[in-house]
Write a protein that binds this ligand. Structure first.
Ligand code: S3P
Length: 430
């Protein structure tokens, strides 16, 4: 197991921080930059382990990707048909986005490839991409009849598809859009609620023909993509830990600069405001087709609310830390329609119920969410990350309002999305 860290209670967070680049946008910048013609320069690329898995996979397929002295990532695109067969298995590490999006892309290449990942990723469901891709003509094999990685992919000519997804998943949608770049005819994905639309935005930014409409998106096969200058905003999913941390510790005043506020991701802002949180968006602007703002947050008394429906995909990665806010709010919070949390890096419903519960929070699991009754404060103790970056960071936030220090076990996983989380927390904590 990786190192444990102890977080002591805090009297409030003060100052200004910038969180690292958006994980989803960073993955897509490598993928589209590699498939484009010309050079793509990525400013603010997230050097988390998940994104490095994507980067190494494209290097293994012959793409020249280098980090410049000024920190900018330079990708020499090889064009849509320029990837080379990798000589070895591609390791996606802990990253579901790498594995699912690349399955779509690799299904359309003229070569053989194998994708694997760590013990957590090899347990996660893959048929959600394998099945619709098979309908397009893809030839993919995996354990449990294609449900689990490793996945072996024999590239094949693909046909466009009209697919009605039962789940709102940007990973499913994006896998099909990437395959659709190469298919014969158009590919349309309908989803029950709009999931994050970074793929659609970045494909359009690179010159692809994508049409979004209420309920879905269509892509036409593309002759080429054009390399671009990409500016990655700070990740709202990383900012979320600091937003909740500041809200739950009285006397806090914290400015988080350069946060992506794409409406398909900003559910956390709406949820925290509905709970009574004092959050202000300042200097709203657009970077490479993505909306961005600075977020000013102050310690607030929170109250319980009901969360479900459309709001769920807009805050899907934030439920571990939302459950921390709810545990310290007045009244009851109910989270429904969030069964997807059961198949994230770990079962995030079970993990938060266990870990928050062990610090004295009143949390019950529902099949598709949680019911949380707020308490005035938590107690100290020892908790587990379950190898999941967002569980580890959520428990660090919970520790700020415990009566005694909290030790979090197995904390190296935070490097998957937020390598400097612990330093930033110490910097703003008083
Ligand atoms: C992601 C999509 C989401 C999210 C994940 C990143 C992406 O997963 O949970 O952290 O970059 O497309 P689903 O699309 O499976 O909900």
């Amino acid at each position: 197991m990786t190192p444990s860290l102890t977080v002591s209670p805090s009297g409030g967070l003060r100052g200004e921080i910038t969180v690292p680049g958006d994980k989803s946008i960073s993955h897509r910048s490598i993928m589209l930059g590699s498939l484009a013609e010309g050079t793509t320069r990525v400013h603010g690329f997230l050097e988390g382990e998940d994104n490095l898995s994507t980067l190494k996979a494209f290097q293994a397929m012959g793409v020249d990707i280098t980090r410049q002295a000024d920190g900018v990532l330079e990708i020499r695109g090889r064009g849509l048909h320029g990837l080379r067969e990798p000589g070895d298995v591609l390791d996606c590490g802990n990253s579901g986005t790498t594995m699912r999006l690349m399955t779509g892309l690799l299904a359309a290449q003229r070569f053989f490839s194998v994708l694997t990942g760590d013990q957590y990723l090899r347990r996660r469901p893959m048929k959600r991409v394998v099945e619709p891709l098979a309908k397009m003509g893809a030839r993919i094999w995996g354990r449990d009849g294609g449900e689990r990685a490793p996945l072996a992919i024999n590239g094949a000519p693909l046909k466009g598809l009209e697919f009605r997804s039962k789940i709102a998943s940007a990973q499913v949608k994006s896998a099909l859009l990437l395959a659709g770049l190469y298919a014969e005819g158009e590919t349309t994905v309908y989803e029950p609620h709009l999931s994050r639309d970074h793929s659609e935005r970045m494909l359009a930014f690179f010159g692809a023909e994508v049409r979004s409409f209420a309920g879905g998106v269509t892509i036409a096969p593309q002759p080429r993509l054009q390399g671009r200058e990409v500016r990655v905003p700070g990740d709202i999913s990383s900012a979320a830990f600091f937003l909740v941390a500041a809200l739950i510790t009285p006397g806090s005043e914290l400015l988080v600069r350069n946060v992506g506020i794409n409406p398909t991701r900003s559910g956390i802002i709406d949820i925290l405001r509905r709970m009574g949180g004092d959050l202000q968006l300042l200097d709203e602007r657009t970077l490479s087709g993505e909306p961005v703002a600075d977020v000013l947050v102050r310690g607030s008394s929170l109250r319980g609310i009901e969360i479900g429906g459309d709001l769920v995909p807009r805050a899907i990665d934030e439920f571990p830390v939302i459950s921390v806010a709810a545990a310290l709010a007045e009244g009851t919070t109910t989270i429904r329609d969030a069964q997807e949390l059961r198949v994230k890096e770990t079962d995030r419903i079970a993990a938060m119920v266990n870990e928050l519960g062990s610090l004295g929070a009143r949390v019950a699991a529902l099949e598709d969410g949680m019911r949380i009754e707020g308490v005035a404060g938590l107690q100290g103790g020892r908790v587990r990350s379950h190898g999941d970056h967002r569980i580890a960071m959520s428990m660090a936030v919970a520790a700020l309002r415990a009566a005694a220090p909290v030790t979090i076990e197995d904390t190296a996983c935070t490097a998957t999305s937020f390598p400097n989380f612990w330093e930033l927390l110490e910097q703003v904590k008083s």
